[in-house]
Design a protein around this ligand. Structure first.
Ligand code: ATP
Ligand code: MG
Ligand code: FE
Length: 342
């Protein structure tokens, strides 16, 4: 019983194939970063077009990879052998989502297998199961991605109480904007994170917004402005900016708040487990901070594999596999839903 999953919500065209036990037989990601980098961000029109161009090839590569993993001789895996087709329905860029959804419908229909719609945000949560298959609710989950910042009390699978969200920029978005303000390129997360490795997180005292107990909302636009002001002020004074210190201090301001709110949520709900997801969860400092500080409080911390934090189809396959087990299928009349929430 193999489930194939297709992800095309943003600028990655990804396809994964998983078996009934959760072993990943194929995990293909084709990223469009190079096509968007010169514009300093994802251009929706380009994203849709690139998905159309590569999706067939990425699916073929996944079928080929799975065939090798299964040790099939004499030809590749026949799509008719699959048990279901999972696909990201939303949230994301509508034009990008439509490509994956339309392809998945046609592919499932022609193979004569059922379709399973997957929420991309639930995918980021389920990436934790790729590292820790026995993770079980209740727990606290932080989603830190390019489009979302959410603190969630996961009371059960599918029972998500969102404790707080960002009022303005998402964490990944803030990393991208700060890198852009420094002229460092796109995406900003990995660039800032590499610079921060040799910087002093206490060098610059950046603001920590909404840093009060009981308040689970986030705000990052003030921090972003503080960084931009700092750059202008130093440049005007003729001083050179120490990029590693700036990056480390920016990270510290973002992550301090993430830690405090997560810890408060754990205390308030009585949950003893914590996990995290989304592209920013690939950040080594954030990972280390949560493991050390929450670990010291006796909380069990689960982290997704680093390459399962940014967009991928393995996490979508894991959601689809569990929906398949429960017989939760979707009709062929589903549409891409760019505004889906948890
Ligand atoms: P969403 O999942 O909310 O729809 P998305 O799919 O575009 O948004 P992800 O792919 O989950 O977002 O994450 C991308 C973001 O992660 C980018 O903003 C990127 O800068 C950030 N990111 C990636 N690696 C790191 C890192 N090491 N440190 C910090 N941020 C990172
Ligand atoms: Mg991306
Ligand atoms: Fe994402």
């Amino acid at each position: 019983k193999l489930v194939i999953a297709i992800e095309s919500s943003c600028d990655e065209t990804a396809v994964a194939i998983i078996d009934a036990e959760g072993s990943m037989l194929a995990n293909q990601v084709s990223t469009q970063i190079d096509f968007h980098a010169r514009f300093g961000g994802v251009v929706p029109e380009i994203a849709s077009r690139k998905h159309v161009e590569v999706i067939v090839g990425v699916v073929d590569a996944a079928l080929e990879e799975a065939s090798q993993a299964l040790g099939l001789t004499g030809g590749t895996l026949d799509p008719k052998e699959l048990a279901a087709v999972g696909v990201t329905q939303g949230p994301g860029l509508v034009g990008a989502l439509v490509v994956g959804v339309a392809f998945a419908k046609g592919f499932a229909y022609s193979a004569g297998v059922p379709l399973i719609a997957v929420n991309h945000l639930e995918g980021h949560l389920f990436a934790n199961l790729l590292a820790q298959p026995d993770l079980k609710p209740p727990f606290i989950f932080t989603l830190v991605s390019g489009g979302h910042t959410m603190l969630v009390h996961v009371r059960d699978w599918g029972d998500y109480r969102v404790l707080g969200e960002t009022l303005d920029d998402a964490v990944g978005e803030a990393f991208d904007k700060v890198a852009k303000a420094l002229g460092l390129g796109y995406p900003g997360g990995p660039i800032i994170s590499r610079l921060a490795e040799t910087g002093d997180p206490k060098a610059i005292d950046f603001p920590r917004a909404l840093n009060r107990k009981g308040d689970y909302r986030f705000s990052l636009s003030g921090l972003k402005t503080a960084v931009v002001n700092y750059i202008e002020q130093e440049t005007a004074a003729g001083r050179t900016i120490h990029l590693p210190d700036l990056a480390a201090s920016f990270e510290a301001a973002v992550f301090d708040v993430q830690y405090k709110k997560a810890w408060n949520a754990l205390r308030e709900t009585g949950a003893r487990e914590y996990c995290i997801g989304g592209g920013v969860a690939a950040n080594p400092h954030l990972r280390q901070m949560m493991v050390e500080k929450l670990g010291r409080q006796g909380v069990r911390v689960t982290l997704p594999p680093r390459d399962a934090c940014t967009d991928n189809a393995a996490m979508i396959a894991e959601v689809a596999r569990r929906k398949f087990e429960r017989g939760e299928f979707s009709g062929f009349d589903i549409d891409a839903d760019p505004n889906m929430t948890l």
